[in-house]
Design a protein around this ligand. Structure first.
Ligand SMILES: NC(=O)c1ccc[n+]([C@@H]2O[C@H](COP(=O)([O-])OP(=O)(O)OC[C@H]3O[C@@H](n4cnc5c(N)ncnc54)[C@H](OP(=O)(O)O)[C@@H]3O)[C@@H](O)[C@H]2O)c1
Length: 318
């Protein structure tokens, strides 16, 4: 089969569409004939040599795919050959085929085209697990989403809105502000023009900036607030005012999805299918697709992501 190899750490030009060995289908695996994958910020980190795949994972980038089940390993009863599915991966999605533990496989939500479904698993599992399972966002509470126009952000805004929260998002341009408002955000802060910590008070914050926003995030938390950090785009080390945290009886969480054991991912995936997929099927949460690029031209898709113009997901289609 063919897959995108990272020939050496570097810019988009190091991504090459090469002939590679077929994946091995182990006990408990589902082999997916890939229809599409999607680009995540983590793929760029991996391309640059800063985010190696966990042991046992294919070396090709790609944290999510959609496609058709081509084979199932021993002990798999949940899926059968011919099923249309999407999947959360630890890597290997930029390929014609990928083998994945059945626990990480989801049905395609009703009404979503097969290729478009490739852009759902990573955002849905990230947002559901962090905002709702860890952050315990409740109806009527306020969620602050940093990077509201990102793949993760566009999903978070819509899901929190669909579940009855007041949603505030940060974005970097007026055009993105308008698009994020159309997705349902009640308030949008342009982080280049205003300090969000001066304007927003939130029960839950989904943060992708890490160090640079830590002090502002703690200031923006309400009493009993929960800050959930999932990215370090603004650095990894910062000073934490523990006094402010204590006074607010607040919590700071940090998580990653990729390196978790299969069983933990399985719990998140099943919870997404039960709680989030019905909202997607009903049209309350829509996949936001910025562009579709042929998988063999993944370098072009990475240039697009690097330029930062996108809103939502860039798909890699076959
Ligand atoms: N821990 C986990 O399990 C996990 C899982 C998935 C994703 N993530 C993280 O979540 C983040 C989003 O991922 P993605 O794939 O959706 O990326 P993406 O689409 O490339 O989005 C990156 C976003 O960062 C925003 N941004 C840049 N500087 C900012 C600032 N100063 N303040 C607020 N926002 C700023 C950009 O907003 P503008 O374009 O408006 O400037 C853009 O929307 C990444 O950091 C990724 O590593 C973590």
């Amino acid at each position: 089969m063919r897959a995108i190899e990272i020939t050496e750490p570097g810019g988009p030009e190091v991504l090459a569409w090469h002939e590679v060995p077929e994946p091995r289908v182990e006990r408990g695996d589902v082999l997916i004939d890939v229809a599409a994958s999607a680009v995540n910020r983590a793929d760029v980190l991996q391309r640059n040599g800063f985010y190696d795949p966990p042991p046992g994972t294919p070396p090709y980038p790609g944290l999510e795919v959609s496609g058709v089940v081509a084979e199932v390993g021993a002990d798999v009863e949940q899926f059968k050959v011919g099923d249309e599915v999407c999947a959360l991966l630890a890597g290997g999605g930029y390929a014609e085929r990928v083998a994945v533990p059945w626990q990480q496989v989801l049905p395609v939500p009703d009404g979503v085209p097969l290729k478009v479904a490739a852009g759902l698993p990573e955002a849905a599992c990230t947002v559901w697990s962090n905002v709702f399972m860890v952050g315990r966002l409740r109806r009527g509470e306020t969620l602050l989403v940093h990077g509201g126009a990102s793949g993760v952000g566009t999903f978070a805004v819509q899901l929190a809105k669909a579940l009855g929260s007041h949603v505030v998002a940060t974005v970097g341009t007026a055009e993105k502000a308008e698009q994020v408002r159309r997705l349902g955000a009640d308030e949008v802060v342009n982080y280049r023009e205003e300090d969000f910590a001066e304007k927003v008070k939130a029960d839950v914050i989904l943060d992708i900036m890490g160090a640079r926003y830590l002090a502002g995030n703690v200031r923006a938390l309400l009493t009993g607030g929960r800050l959930v950090i999932i990215g370090m785009q603004g650095g990894r080390k910062a000073e934490l005012d523990i006094g402010a945290l204590l006074a607010k009886r607040a919590a700071v969480h940090g998580t990653t999805l990729r390196a978790r054991p299969v069983e933990e991912k399985g719990v998140i995936v099943r919870s997404v299918v039960d709680n989030v997929w019905p909202l997607v099927a009903a049209g309350a949460v829509r996949p936001v697709v910025y562009a579709e690029v042929p998988m063999s031209e993944a370098a072009e898709a990475h240039r697009m992501l690097d330029s930062g113009q996108h809103v939502g997901k860039i798909l890699l289609v076959r």
